[in-house]
Design a protein. Structure first.
Length: 88
């Protein structure tokens, strides 16, 4: 079971992609991301793949929102939100 932390130790900007998962900045090769929570700076629609493998679209995300779901990918298609930051 994934445990969600209340504070993050690492952070990185997210570039939405239909092919590439969010790189794990704690791992030298960027692989093996087991999930991160997201901060959305500019609101909109957010399509993600969760750590459990679910493809989910969040609509009506407002600017300045934390998304408390363990995420491994932010999709380019289906995402209009901007200034997304991954937090581990």
């Amino acid at each position: 079971m994934a445990v969600q932390k209340l504070q993050a130790a690492r952070a990185a900007s997210v570039t939405p992609s239909n092919t590439v998962d969010i790189p794990n900045i704690a791992n030298q090769n960027g692989l093996d991301n087991k999930g991160c929570v997201l901060y959305v700076g500019t609101g909109g629609t957010l399509r993600v793949t969760t750590a459990g493998g679910d493809d989910v679209t969040f609509t009506g995300i407002v600017s300045g929102t934390f998304v408390p779901v363990q995420v491994i990918k932010v999709w380019a298609s289906g995402t209009s939100a901007l200034n997304i930051i991954a937090l581990w």
